[in-house]
Design a protein around this ligand. Sequence first.
Ligand SMILES: CC(C)(COP(=O)(O)OP(=O)(O)OC[C@H]1O[C@@H](n2cnc3c(N)ncnc32)[C@H](O)[C@@H]1OP(=O)(O)O)[C@@H](O)C(=O)NCCC(=O)NCCS
Length: 178
Amino acid sequence: MTHIIRTATADDAGRLAELAVVTFPLACPPGSTAEDIAAHLASTLSEANFRTYLADPDVTVLAIDAHGELRGYSLLVARPAGDPEVAAVLTKLPCTELSKCYVHPDHHGLGAAAELMHASISTAAAAGARGLWLGVNSQNSRAIRFYEKSGFRTVGTKSFKLGNTVEHDFVMERAVTP
Ligand SMILES: CC(C)(COP(=O)(O)OP(=O)(O)OC[C@H]1O[C@@H](n2cnc3c(N)ncnc32)[C@H](O)[C@@H]1OP(=O)(O)O)[C@@H](O)C(=O)NCCC(=O)NCCS
């Protein structure tokens, strides 16, 4: 399918939230409860949340746009890591966070994610970052493999709260160059 990758705007908030409902559960470990997933969607990935992200000058949301339908997105945060577990292990500073990277399952395995990653790396580099870091659930083997293919290496671990459950994430980092 023909698509473009573009910077999302406030007009995309609703469609990003709809996409998150489809894609966020795919990143959750098998034991996640529907309640915990719903709580995370409501607290972090709602239309109102996306409006807030899109209004934040440190945040960039990139969207895969296929004739007006959003099929994937990434969310970059260009500020120092607030989590001390993360800040302690990052080596390529300043380091932008790839906070979210999700592709609709219809487009998995077809190269769309690689294009989104390429655009995300270029965006971070253009904004002056020397590194890009992310957290990924330690059971999310597909995403870990994708990030390894994309040049990331595991540099540490961090905790992530999903609803009432504490999950363990790998912290991965890669260099970016302008
Ligand atoms: C992560 C994501 C963006 C990657 O996109 P993708 O199109 O699936 O990526 P690719 O197909 O290029 O790469 C995935 C790799 O994992 C491999 N893979 C697939 N299922 C796997 C599994 N269960 N265990 C291990 N590896 C797996 C694939 O074979 C491929 O590796 P290969 O190219 O060496 O064969 C996409 O899968 C996605 O949106 N997943 C759901 C949301 C998510 O988990 N996001 C990340 C949150 S941190």
